[in-house]
Design a protein around this ligand. Structure first.
Ligand code: FA5
Length: 375
């Protein structure tokens, strides 16, 4: 700001002389007109209307004038600043309109162009689910083991301690593969495997203990296709055989699996059951991952996922029956093992609220698309 204005005359203040104010105004108008784009206009705006611009500084000089001189000086500077702001707004509008018109041309989409009519494929959610489960065990050091879907009856039943008259062997449960001409279906000794457990026997015959394998695969049963059953479905089997394994190792492994797949606060429980190839055997349930058990006895908070039971049945498990170890050439005095197996369709149903298992086999992309395009 200038020194005190002794003559009290704004004309004597250099910055407030009318010709100086006009010059500053014209300079600003010329700068705005010359700005070729919005960035250049922004620079000109700061230079000519900012807090340290010459016109702003001139405006501050008014404060030092005596009262009678302030009005005329204020009018002079105010008119100049008004003209500058008006020119700035006008140029801003012009440049924005130019930019919008340019973007419309540059970014135009030709909606008449042909598009890719065949969308890229993705793996079926059952496959990704099965791999996700297998990955949990691979990361713990387990090896993937596979076996044939057309399986010898010996591996599917005998090696697993199914007695010759076990009901599961009957034609109403098992698909028998046609034998040589003149034999009945169930005399061929060949079946479509009814579970992934025969891979247990194959893995033990192929390897020396310790054995840690996970066996994902397709299995077959003579079940009717309905909302909760399909004649062709998927299971995942786990087998560990080593010295000193106990039910505690089985329980810890199951807990680790459900925590990895459903969250850190998950757990499992075991209920007594019977399988010929495990002794003792158990049915394994996992805590309902939706209500975490809070729906039990709580009518205000019903849970559709577990029908308010708090637990979801997952599959079967147990300690490998010593008879199975013996049939596969493993010394049951030295080694013990645990195994478990469960259905992937069932896991997909409750993990993603799928109400009807038939949707998984009908091949309608409206079912698979919400699962994403995982390749
Ligand atoms: C077995 O198959 C045993 N092998 C599991 C096992 C492995 C027990 C290792 C002990 C040790 P189960 O018959 O209960 O058990 O079948 C296991 C799972 O397969 C069931 O829990 C269910 O989820 C699924 N499942 C059975 N039948 C069908 C079907 N028709 N459609 C879809 N899933 C099915």
């Amino acid at each position: 700001m200038s020194a005190p204005n002794k003559s009290y005359d704004p004309v004597e203040v250099e910055a407030l002389k009318p010709e100086e104010i006009e010059r500053l105004r014209d300079e600003a108008l010329a700068a705005f007109a010359a700005a070729g784009d919005l960035d250049a206009l922004q620079e000109a705006k700061v230079a000519h209307t900012g807090g340290t611009s010459p016109l702003a500084l001139a405006n501050r000089e008014i404060g030092a004038l005596p009262p009678h001189a302030k009005a005329a000086a204020g009018k002079l500077v105010g008119q100049a600043r008004g003209a500058v702001n008006k020119a700035l707004a006008g140029r801003q509008a012009e440049l924005e309109a130019e930019r919008d018109a340019r973007v419309l041309v540059e970014e135009a989409v030709d909606v008449t162009l042909p598009y890719d009519l065949v969308p890229p494929g993705a793996r079926h959610p059952l496959t990704t689910m099965m791999e996700r489960v297998a990955d949990v065990f691979v990361s713990m050091g387990y090896e993937i083991a596979e076996g044939p879907e057309v399986e010898a009856e010996w591996f599917n039943f005998d090696a697993l301690n199914f007695t010759p008259d076990h009901p599961a062997r009957q034609m109403q449960d098992t698909f028998f593969v046609q034998g040589p001409e003149g034999t009945t279906g169930d005399e061929s000794g060949v079946v479509l495997r009814t579970h992934t457990s025969p891979v247990q026997a194959r893995a033990l015959l192929d390897r020396e203990p310790p054995v840690y394998v996970v066996c994902p695969g397709r299995v077959y049963r003579t079940d009717e296709l309905d909302a909760t059953h399909t004649p062709v479905f998927h299971q995942i089997e786990l087998l560990a055989v080593d010295e000193g394994l106990t039910m505690a190792d089985l329980k810890g492994t199951l807990d680790h699996m459900v925590r990895s797949l459903f969250g850190a606060d998950m757990k499992t429980r075991l209920r007594p059951n019977y399988f010929p190839f495990t002794e003792p055997s158990a049915e394994m349930d996992m805590l309902c991952y939706v209500c975490k058990g809070e729906s039990v006895g709580n009518p205000d908070r019903p849970c559709r996922t577990c029908s308010s039971e708090g637990w979801i049945e997952l599959g079967g498990c147990g300690m490998v029956n010593p008879r199975v170890l013996t049939a596969c050439g493993v010394d049951p005095e030295k080694y013990s093992g645990f195994a478990f197996g469960f259905g992937i369709e069932r896991m997909l149903m409750f993990r993603h609220n799928v109400e009807d298992m038939r949707d998984m086999v009908e091949g309608d992309v409206r079912f698979t698309r919400p699962f994403g395009m995982e390749i």
